[in-house]
Structures are given as structure tokens and as C-alpha cells.
Design a protein around this ligand. Structure first.
Ligand code: ISL
Ligand code: CA
Length: 580
């Protein structure tokens, strides 16, 4: 099992042949609040990140994406920004940021910022002005509408549309002072900006340029496909007794491509740096994604799509359905083949909004380590740019929540309240939060086995997972078989084998219910990736050409004839050089 070392280390880093440097890069997402706390207040901060850069360098990632660190009332942990050009004191100062940025650059890594411009905080000066009166010059920077005709303003049912907020309740809040409703797809403290107004777009582009001038290397764009809405704001189809589904009217609206092209032109054209842009796009289809990511259209480099992380959602995300490996395979493979020629994929299983992958798609009890590695392998060796979410490289798991008081996420808390009010059984709601709550991803990073996992000397803002004695970075650095060391190898493989970065993708065994198998091909090189996404032995049959291939990576020590049988959660990667 040491052939990986020879393959990966013998080959020098293969630079991208085009300006698309990110095709051979791996991105690491930091959720600052939960990464490392330098001053003992229980909240992760910028100095904490700077002090932990060795971890990222050792892992070998190329880019860091920082979840929001801007000034914010923290209603949604920073996704509610009150000043785009200031650092929130909870995270540090602008000086701390500059120190972090140059430390990242000194280590040859890049830093990508989170861009949250579908909405601001209600405490942003723009919104304060906007709400101050109907004739304020910034009134039209947000979506203000009178109450529905014939209703009593401010009462339930008088909202301008029947849309339901992502965070429970209506998407409209009544403003007593100016006697109108404002739109918020998320929390009432996150009013939506009106991108129809050119002044809004100008202000956003100026702000983006300001950060690029400071040396940042790009943006992850929060719900960026929501910025163009159907200005008629039609009611949505009823999805229950109370609310309707506004999604068709605010997702990938009529002007979305125009806005992204304009942004590209105004912000990035004429700059010479190597930037990365990734648009977070709930509900995006692969057909749309081709348009968003076709380099010729100059919109974004890649998108975060949601299809594969919605397969276990029923009527809503908290209506949890069992994991179905076959559906996951079909979905990921379709994105691979459809975006193959013109677009580019981002590859992720985890982020700060998703439960932990090893608990959700793997087996965090009997096959914890192997399933974490198998999932990583099937994902990372696809065509696209992989994203690792903090702790994923350690196989961090969901938290064993037992009470609603343990949650901090407003989405979870609001959902619990609303569902219970509507008569749901509280223990059933709690069970769904336990598997789907965003707080599963947000528990503090597990650095070591000490009291608070080395995250803080104080009281952490969200409890540390009790399994940190077993699952932690320190323990994994020195263990050659650890999940951490395995991720290191996967990253090295992407850096050293052009077939991983540039190769075509062909799915195999598409009807197999448990084994994800595919090949990659580039020039004379081919890879075969086999991953058993189950806890049972599985039979596999692949072409005879693979019988002489070299096994370059796997998660079992002892060799076996893997082209015939895979053991529980076994993953194997074969390399084959063909002569032309
Ligand atoms: O987790 C979700 C709610 O069910 C997702 O739909 C999530 O809201 C969606 O992915 C958008 O997420 C982004 O914007 C939100 C913020 O809360 C998330 O943290 C962010 O990633 C609003 O800014
Ligand atoms: Ca702190």
C-alpha cells in the first residue's frame, strides 16, 4: 500500500495549462467561529486561524475559504452583515486580518472571502436609511411592498406574497414606522437587497474591488442565484395550509446571468491576479450550471449545487429520508458527465450548513474511519474542485444532541418552535434536528484530547463533540493510517496526477446499488476508482484491462482481488498507463 507514495512523490506538481489554476487545487473551508479561539472568549477568531496554519499546510490544501468575518450582529453567525468593510470584533481587527492574509500568502496558499450580497443585516446603515421613510433615497435598495389588498396590515395573511422563509415564518416583516413590509428570504434580520437598482450593484462591485485591492484571491458567493427576482412577486404554489413556495420566483430569476456577467466585467476584468469565484446556488440544475460556469460566458468559475445534498430530504430538509447510495451515484455522475465539456464542478459533501458526511452518508459507528476515507475518495477523484470543510479531514461526526437547549442555529431553533406549535411530537422533531441540524457541522474543531479539544481555554459557544478524545488532529498526525493522512494523499494525488485534474469521467456499474465505480482518462493515463458505500461485501466486475493496473490508494492494508470483491466500505484506486 505504499505505491501511492512513489506515484505521488515522484511526479512534480503539474501546473494548470490554462489560467484555470483551480482545476488542480483543493479548497479548505474555515468556519471562523468554530475553528480556533485565541483569547479564551469561547469564539474562534482570526488570530486563532493564523496560529493554526501549519495544519492546513501539512494537509496540503491550496486555498482557504473563510466564512464571513465582517461586522455583524451575528443573528446568522455572520451571514447578516452590517459593515462589509469592517471585521467583527468577535473575530479580531483589520490588522489581524492583514496578518492572516499575508501568513496565508507566505505559505503559498490563497484566501477566498465569503460574499453575502443577496441580503444585508437589518442593522446595516443602508437598511437603516431605507426603512427610515418611504421617500428616503435608499428606500428602493430593498424590497418594500404594501400589505395585501383588503387585509389588515401587520396581521398574518396580509403579507405581499405567501412565500415561506428558509428560517420558518413568512418572508415578509411589517415595518411599523414606514407602514410597509420588507422582503427577507432568510431571517427578519436579513433583508434582501434590490439588485434591480443599479446603485445597489455599483455599491457591491465597489466593495468587492476594495477587498481585491487588499489582496484577497476571490469570493464564495452566498445564495448568489437569488439576487434576480421576478419583480411581479407572484404568490407561490401552496405547500401546506399557510405558505406557498416562492422558489420559482426568486431562484435564478430573469436577470441572473446579466447580473453575474456585469459583476465579472466590473470587478474582475482588467485585473491580472489568479482569482477563484464560486457561486452558491440552491436549486441550480446542471443545465443552468453549464451556463453559469462556461468560461466563455464569464460569470463564475464554478457553482455549489444542492442536488446530492437534497436526496435525503422529504417534504423539507427536516423530513429525513434514508441514504440511498444509488441515488447519490446517479446524481453526482450526471453532474460529472453533463458539466464535462463546458462547465466545471465543485465537489463537496460538507460545509457549515450540512450535517457531517461520515454520519450522513457513511457509518460513524462500525466503519467510521473506512467510510470517511471511502467517501473522500469517491468525491475527490472526480472532475472538479474539491472542498474540504474543517474537521472533515479528521472524520468529525454529528453531535449526539439530546435537548433543544444545546442548539445555537436559528434555523434549527425556529424550526423546532414552529413544528411543535403545529402539533409535531417534540422528540420526533429533536430526532430530525439530530441528523439534519446545521449545528452538527459547527461544533468546535477537534485539535486534541484536552478539555475543549484544544479549541478554547474558555467556554465554547457551542459544545465540543464528546468524541474528541478519539477523533482529533493531534492523534491523527502521527498515525499513518489516519483519516487526516489519507486526505493528505488524496490532495497529493490531485496535485501530481494530471488525470485527476483534467481527465474525462466515465461512470461504471451504474446499476450497482452500493458500489460507486468510475474511470478517469487523460492522454495515456487512466484511473479506476472503486468505492463500496456499504457495510457489506460487494461483488464487482470490471473490464479485464484493469488486471495489470497498479493499486495506488486504498483503505485496507492487506491486498485483495478488488476487481472481484470489495470489503465493507472498501475503496481502491488503480492506475493504468496505456501506450498509444
Ligand atoms: O441550510 C439551509 C437552509 O435549509 C440552506 O438552504 C441554506 O440556507 C442555503 O444553503 C443558503 O445558505 C447560505 O445562506 C444563508 C446562510 O444561513 C447559510 O449559512 C449560507 O451558507 C443565508 O445567508
Ligand atoms: Ca476568541
Amino acid at each position: 500500500m505504499s505505491s501511492i507514495e512513489s506515484v505521488a512523490e515522484a511526479t512534480a506538481f503539474h501546473p494548470a495549462s490554462t489560467s484555470s489554476w483551480w482545476k488542480s487545487a483543493v479548497v479548505y473551508q474555515i468556519y471562523p467561529r468554530s475553528f480556533a479561539d485565541s483569547n479564551g472568549d469561547g469564539i474562534g477568531d482570526l488570530k486563532g486561524i493564523t496560529a493554526r496554519l501549519d495544519h492546513l499546510q501539512l494537509l496540503g490544501v491550496d486555498v482557504i475559504w473563510l466564512s464571513p468575518i465582517y461586522q455583524s450582529p451575528q443573528a446568522d453567525n455572520g451571514y447578516d452583515i452590517s459593515d462589509y468593510r469592517a471585521i467583527d470584533p468577535a473575530f479580531g481587527t483589520m490588522e489581524d486580518f492583514e496578518e492572516l492574509l499575508s501568513a496565508v500568502h507566505d505559505r503559498g496558499m490563497k484566501l477566498v472571502m465569503d460574499l453575502v450580497v443577496n441580503h444585508t443585516s437589518d442593522e446595516h446603515p443602508w437598511f437603516k436609511e431605507s426603512r427610515s421613510s418611504k421617500d428616503n433615497p435608499k428606500r428602493d435598495w430593498y424590497w418594500w411592498r404594501p400589505a395585501r389588498n383588503g387585509t389588515t396590515p401587520g396581521q398574518p395573511g396580509s403579507e405581499p406574497t405567501n412565500w415561506q422563509s428558509f428560517f420558518s415564518g413568512p418572508t415578509w416583516s411589517w415595518d411599523e414606522t414606514s407602514q410597509e413590509y420588507y422582503l427577507h428570504l432568510f431571517d427578519r434580520k436579513q433583508p434582501d437587497l434590490n439588485w434591480e437598482n443599479p446603485e445597489v450593484r455599483r455599491a457591491v462591485y465597489d466593495m468587492m474591488s476594495w477587498w481585491l485591492d487588499r489582496g484577497v484571491d476571490g469570493f464564495r458567493m452566498d445564495v448568489i442565484n437569488f439576487i434576480s427576482k421576478d419583480v411581479a412577486l407572484p404568490d407561490g404554489k401552496k405547500n401546506g395550509d399557510t405558505y406557498g413556495d416562492g422558489f420559482p420566483y426568486f431562484a435564478s430569476g430573469p436577470r441572473i446571468h446579466e447580473f453575474l456577467q456585469e459583476m465579472h466585467q466590473e470587478v474582475f476584468d482588467g485585473r491580472t491576479g489568479e482569482y477563484l469565484t464560486v457561486g452558491e446556488m440552491p436549486g441550480v440544475t446542471w443545465q443552468d450550471a453549464i451556463l453559469f460556469t462556461d468560461p466563455a460566458r464569464r460569470e463564475v468559475d464554478m457553482v455549489f449545487q444542492f442536488e446530492h445534498v437534497s436526496l435525503d430530504h422529504g417534504t423539507n430538509k427536516f423530513d429525513v429520508q434514508p441514504f440511498d447510495a444509488k441515488k447519490l451515484k446517479a446524481s453526482l455522475s450526471q453532474w460529472q458527465t453533463q458539466l464535462g465539456q463546458r462547465g466545471w464542478n465543485s465537489l463537496y459533501l460538507n460545509n457549515h450548513d450540512q450535517p457531517r458526511a461520515v454520519s450522513r452518508f457513511g457509518d460513524d459507528l462500525d466503519h467510521w474511519e473506512r467510510s470517511a476515507k471511502a467517501l473522500a475518495t469517491m468525491l475527490h477523484l472526480q472532475r472538479g474542485t474539491p472542498y474540504i470543510y474543517q474537521g472533515e479531514e479528521l472524520g468529525m461526526t454529528n453531535y449526539p444532541f439530546t435537548s433543544i437547549d444545546q442548539f445555537r442555529d436559528l434555523e434549527s431553533i425556529n424550526h423546532y418552535r414552529e413544528a411543535c406549535q403545529n402539533g409535531a411530537d417534540p422528540s420526533a422533531v429533536l430526532a430530525s434536528l439530530r441528523s439534519m441540524s446545521r449545528d452538527n457541522a459547527r461544533t468546535p474543531m477537534q485539535w486534541d484530547a484536552t478539555a475543549n479539544a484544544g479549541f478554547t481555554t474558555g467556554t465554547p459557544w457551542l459544545a465540543v463533540n464528546p468524541n474528541h478524545g478519539r477523533v482529533n488532529a493531534e492523534r491523527q498526525y502521527s498515525d499513518a493510517d489516519s483519516v487526516f493522512n489519507y486526505f493528505q494523499k488524496l490532495i497529493r494525488v490531485r496535485h501530481s496526477l494530471p488525470v485527476v485534474a483534467y481527465g474525462d469521467f466515465t461512470p461504471l456499474l451504474e446499476d450497482h446499488s452500493h458500489v460507486y465505480a468510475y474511470t478517469r482518462a487523460y492522454q495515456n493515463d487512466q484511473l479506476l476508482v472503486l468505492s463500496n458505500l456499504s457495510g457489506q461485501n460487494q461483488q464487482v466486475v470490471v473490464g479485464t484491462e484493469w488486471k495489470d493496473a497498479t493499486l495506488i490508494l486504498g483503505n485496507y492494508q492487506e491486498a485483495s482481488n478488488a476487481t472481484k470483491e470489495l470489503r465493507p466500505w472498501e475503496t481502491r484506486v488503480y492506475s493504468l498507463e496505456t501506450s498509444l
